[in-house]
Design a protein around this ligand. Structure first.
Ligand SMILES: Cc1ncc(COP(=O)(O)O)c(C=O)c1O
Length: 434
């Protein structure tokens, strides 16, 4: 039995089943590489699910955290606040899109940021309804899961959802949903199901993460801005996965040239330390009563120090530009793979910056999803030493989230592994079908 197999047996006996896990038990990691408990090396194109945008253990991040650990690790911001939290809030207020006065609050996870954004929107508008989109993922808390636009596994078995949460279709040209159709469906919700005067917020991922890296077209985001302005609805940009330089801009909404009222961020923000934030219009953020938002660990000093270093690294290493370059190289290779191997299986290659996915289909005429092939590609890549993740409402997309600090030779090596994995998976499933 290998060390990893032994760990899996212990994990199966001791850890909740509902917590999904892969078979890679991490022992150490550095930038874009990870070694498992048996010493096997992997290139990590999951980056802890879009967390390690600055790579594993970036030296500047580690140094900032160590320095903070020498001073104090926790006081609780509600009890004994600290300058670093205030300074990070100032920085996020400046960095998020929108030329208006902003304020920030920090929590720990992406789901918590979403919960708090909804609470602020409700307090500000005095309304309770929220509109999200099909395929959306906003977290696993009660409101978070209600906002998710995918039933299995996020909502299955968990009972009634909070009322007045509705979903409009996310525009998805590949699956035949145009921007116009999506906007018409939203209009229909506001006319037939939910009085706009009861809608506190519309929440959208500018690029859907778990839903399959579907990109909200700039004109769609601009149209949502208009709808929100017309009905005094708070527009929330969930940048938890797409934010922090991943799409080639610090925030993905920047591609649309409009600003949301509130921005939720987490994941890449603190380079591997748990931190999330809500930044937005001061009057909306301040609508929550004193003591109504926050938490014991919210804005933990070590994570705040890490986040400040992450933002420095993004600037110093020009990681927004690097995201665009990396994404361009990946897209070019995937398009080339599909063309060179005459692959019917790759239906779509899409992405913004270094947030790239390809969608597997049974054939290019029907574009019917092929989740089985997706699983085989992920497994083939893992066997060859590349960690990639599946995603998509129909579980038929592979997403690539390389650290933005991935050195060029490692990127090339990863793309070679990816190509071999796709080829092997397509051949294996073709043989199995004969
Ligand atoms: C867009 C988006 N929102 C919210 C979340 C929830 O974040 P967390 O898992 O940290 O609660 C995620 C996590 O994947 C996400 O991608």
């Amino acid at each position: 039995m290998t060390v990893s197999q032994n760990l899996k047996a212990r994990r199966d006996a001791a850890v909740a089943n509902g917590v999904a896990t892969r078979g890679i038990y991490a022992a150490r990691a550095e930038n874009a590489e990870l070694w498992d408990a048996d010493g096997k090396r992997f290139i990590d194109f999951a980056a802890g699910i879009a967390v390690n945008n600055t790579g594993h253990r970036h030296p500047k991040v580690m140094e900032a955290v160590s320095k903070q650990a020498e001073a104090f690790t926790h006081t609780c911001f509600h009890v004994a606040p600290y300058e670093s939290y205030v300074a990070l809030a100032e920085r996020l207020n400046d960095a998020t899109p929108g030329d208006f006065r902003k304020k920030t609050m920090m929590v720990t996870t992406g789901a918590e940021a979403v919960e708090n954004a909804v609470k602020m929107a409700r307090a500000y508008t005095g309304r309770s309804g929220v509109i999200a989109f099909s395929g959306a993922f906003h977290g696993r808390t009660l409101m978070g899961m209600a906002l998710c636009g995918k039933v299995t596994p996020y909502k299955k078995s968990f009972g009634a959802m909070p009322p007045e949460v509705m979903h409009a279709p996310f525009p998805n040209e590949f699956h035949g949903i145009t921007v116009e159709q999506s906007l018409a469906a939203l209009d229909n919700i506001l006319k037939s199901s939910l009085d706009p005067e009861r809608v506190a917020a519309i929440i959208i991922e500018p690029v859907q993460g778990e839903g399959g890296f579907n990109i909200a077209q700039p004109e769609f985001l601009r149209a949502l801005r208009k709808v929100c302005d017309e009905h005094r609805i708070v527009l929330i940009a969930d940048e938890v996965q797409a934010g922090i330089a991943r799409t080639g801009k610090l925030f993905a909404f920047e591609h649309a040239g409009v600003a949301a009222d509130l921005v939720t961020m987490a994941k890449g923000l603190a380079g591997g330390f748990p931190l999330s934030a809500v930044t937005g219009r001061a009057e909306i953020v301040d609508a929550a009563p004193v003591g109504g938002i926050g938490g014991t660990y919210a804005g933990n000093p070590l994570a705040v120090a890490a986040a400040s270093a992450v933002l420095d690294v993004i600037e110093e290493e020009d990681l927004c530009t690097r995201a665009t370059e990396i994404g361009g190289a990946i897209k070019a290779r995937l398009t080339d793979i599909a063309a060179r191997h005459g692959m019917e299986a790759i239906g779509d290659v899409r992405g913004l910056g270094a947030m790239i996915a390809f969608e597997l289909v049974t054939d290019r005429t029907t574009n019917n999803p092929d989740p089985a092939l997706t699983q085989v590609i992920v497994a083939e890549a893992e066997a060859r030493g590349l960690i990639i993740l599946p995603c998509g409402t129909r579980a038929n997309a592979v997403r690539l989230l390389p650290p933005l600090t991935t050195p060029a030779p490692i990127l090339e090596e990863a793309l070679d592994i990816l190509e071999a994995s796709i080829e092997a998976a397509v051949n294996a499933t073709a043989v199995a079908a004969e």
